[in-house]
Every structure is written in structure tokens, then in C-alpha cells.
Design a protein around this ligand. Structure first.
Ligand SMILES: [Zn+2]
Length: 362
């Protein structure tokens, strides 16, 4: 498009647009800037230390050939072991997953779900506990991924736990029993904060906020603070049960608040899965937080099986690259990496997971 320039800084000509007018026509959803800085771009082929990925899913639909391919990618990228969360909307039923991934016990662990069928029945608690006994006897590592974005545990199968939150009276003995069995609970609470903010011109994470907007006006839906309060109360009520808050507990916008939860609840851990986009907007605050709570944080991906995906995550954890655009993260801002010290990387990559194994006698 031709642009007429009249004078030094007030371009305007008949039937033509000023630069400001052209810029004003670009929509935020189409904004895909390319970094112009001549600064390091580091390709991390393989993680610095062998990684235990504490948050992945059955992306292969339990297909043995695809699992074999995945193992090759894990080898190429330095992933020693992958924990597969149970969630049948990404993958197969628990027993099918267990059989397929169980062929590689040194490379994969499989988690299970609660069974909410007939929760209104008087004997549900006993049945739910018996189901956990069954899953554990088959080799389940833990329970998860549970998900409560406000409407209750929505990942469970065969029956969703709609409106069943961690504070449901019938959940209490089951959560306690999970601790007794040595089954940690991996749980995704709420969503990143931008998904609860109004979708307007002040929403800092507008486009991704809109993609994943949580409509808390739905009857019976908990809002962000209610979901978090519910989590903290459960963690405090069941100190012998281990809770892993997925994705920084979806609270990386407020590290002081998140740190307070970790301080108050020694049975709460976090995973870093699928939140590079959110956490790399504030790289210095994020690295300070990860360093301070380095004993309580697990590595996780939750984002497919490609080598590029793993390498992107390693780049953010290991290097000091900055001003990185990554359209797949969904936000319009530029990201910078965390440059974590080796001591911290070792804890997150595998030492904390190994400590957890020991604690749970696994
Ligand atoms: Zn997940």
C-alpha cells in the first residue's frame, strides 16, 4: 500500500492512509511482531540434566508404535520419565493406558481418576475408596489430573464430578484415604487470571483470556477466589495427602499469594506445566519465586510430544534469552527466559520427583 508523506511527521494525503491510521487498523488478534533485536537465540537440544516430566497425557491414544516414537523423542531431548495423567478426553480409559504405557515401566507412570458414579448414594465414599484401591493395585502412581475451573471436577470419567469440589462433604474421607494409600493428587485449579477478568481493553492477557474465558455467571460456578479458597482449605484439612497444583496453581500473577499458600501448606507442591507464556512475561519475578521454592516445584509439560515443545521449555528454564515471541502461547507480549542456576534446575528436573518417590515408597 502506498503511503504519502507530507512534511516530517504528519503524513496524510487524499484517499490514502496515515501510518497511524494503518496501525490503527491492525487488530490485536492479528498482531504477530517479529523481534528485530540482534541478541542470542539459544537452541537447547537436550535438557541439561535428565528430566522427570510430572505432567503429561496420553497423546498417543495408547498406540504402541506412537509410544515407541515418543520414547525416541524423550531420549533425544533428555526426558528420563513421563507421568501420564488420566483424562479420557485426552486419551484412553485408565486400564487401556496402563497396559500400553505399562510396557515401559522405566519410562512412564500412569495416574488414575476418581469415580463419581452415584455420588448421591450412601455408600459412595466406600465405593470411591475401593476404586482407588483397585487403581493402586494395578499400578496407578497418583490421582489426576483433577480439574476444577469453578464447576467441579470435570476431567473424571466415566461420570464427571459436576459441582463436586474439594470441599464437598463426601470428598473428605476420600481425600484422606488418598493420603493413606500414598496416592498424590495432581489438580488443576481455576485457570490463569486473565480468563476471569472482563474481556475488555484493560485485560492484560486479552486474546488468551478470551480463548479460555471462564463464565462464572453460570449457576453454581465458583469464582477464582472461591476455587482457590476451596483448594487451600482441602490442603489444610488433609495434611497427610499430597496435592500438586498444576500450572503454578494458576496463580503466577501473584507470587506473594502463591508463596503464602506454600508456606502454610507443606503438603502442597506445584508443577510448571503449560505456563511458560504466563510466567515468562515476568522472568525475574518468576526466577526469584522458583529459586525460593525450588524444593516444591516439579517440571511438567502438558503439551504434546514434539521435540520442539520440550526444547522451547528448556530454553526458558536454562538460558537468559530475552524478547522472545511465541504465538502458540496466545499472548501478545514478548517473553524472556529465567536463566535458572544448575542447583535449581536439578531440583526441578528430577531431584524433587525422586524425593517424592521416596516419600511415597515408590
Ligand atoms: Zn494436564
Amino acid at each position: 500500500m502506498l503511503v504519502a508523506i507530507s512534511g516530517a511527521c504528519t503524513p496524510k494525503a487524499d484517499k490514502e492512509l496515515t501510518y497511524r491510521e494503518i496501525a490503527g487498523q491492525i487488530l490485536l488478534k492479528d498482531f504477530e511482531p517479529i523481534s528485530i533485536f540482534n541478541i542470542p537465540v539459544t537452541n537447547v537440544e537436550k535438557a541439561k540434566y535428565g528430566v522427570i516430566d510430572m505432567h503429561s497425557h496420553d497423546y498417543t491414544n495408547a498406540n504402541p508404535e506412537q509410544i515407541a516414537e515418543w520414547i525416541k523423542t524423550m531420549d533425544a531431548c533428555g526426558i528420563r520419565h513421563t507421568h501420564i495423567m488420566h483424562c479420557e478426553w485426552i486419551g484412553e480409559p485408565f486400564e487401556v493406558m496402563l497396559k500400553a504405557y505399562g510396557a515401559h515401566p522405566d519410562r512412564f507412570s500412569v495416574w488414575c481418576s476418581l469415580d463419581y458414579t452415584n455420588i448421591e448414594a450412601e455408600d459412595w465414599e466406600e465405593k470411591a475408596k475401593a476404586h482407588l484401591d483397585y487403581c493402586k493395585s494395578l499400578g496407578a502412581f497418583g490421582i489426576g489430573e483433577m480439574v476444577d475451573k469453578g464447576l467441579g471436577d470435570e476431567y473424571a470419567r466415566p461420570t464427571k464430578g459436576t459441582h463436586i469440589h474439594l470441599d464437598h462433604p463426601k470428598m473428605q474421607s476420600v481425600l484422606e484415604y488418598a493420603g493413606k494409600l500414598g496416592l498424590p493428587i495432581s489438580i488443576h485449579m481455576a485457570e490463569p487470571i486473565w480468563m476471569y477478568e472482563p474481556i475488555d481493553n484493560h485485560n492484560d492477557g486479552l486474546m488468551n483470556g478470551a480463548n479460555w474465558k471462564v463464565d462464572t455467571t453460570v449457576e453454581g460456578c465458583y469464582d477464582y477466589d472461591e476455587v482457590m479458597e476451596c483448594f487451600v482449605n482441602a490442603a489444610k484439612a488433609h495434611p497427610n495427602t499430597i496435592f500438586i497444583g498444576c500450572h503454578y496453581l494458576n496463580m503466577n500473577q501473584d507470587y506473594p499469594r502463591l508463596g503464602k499458600i506454600l508456606d502454610e501448606c507443606p503438603n502442597v507442591y506445584l508443577d510448571l506445566a503449560a505456563r511458560v507464556g504466563e510466567s515468562a512475561a515476568t522472568p525475574r519475578a518468576t526466577s526469584r519465586f522458583i529459586e525460593k521454592y525450588a524444593d516444591r516445584i516439579f517440571f511438567g509439560t502438558d503439551n504434546g510430544t514434539s521435540a520442539d515443545m520440550y526444547r522451547t521449555v528448556f530454553r526458558f528454564l536454562e538460558t537468559d534469552d530475552e524478547h522472545i515471541y511465541e504465538p502458540s502461547f496466545g499472548y501478545h507480549w514478548a517473553y524472556s527466559a529465567f536463566n535458572l542456576p544448575d542447583k535449581v534446575l536439578r531440583k526441578i528436573y528430577y531431584e524433587n520427583a525422586e524425593k517424592l518417590y521416596k516419600k511415597l515408597n515408590k
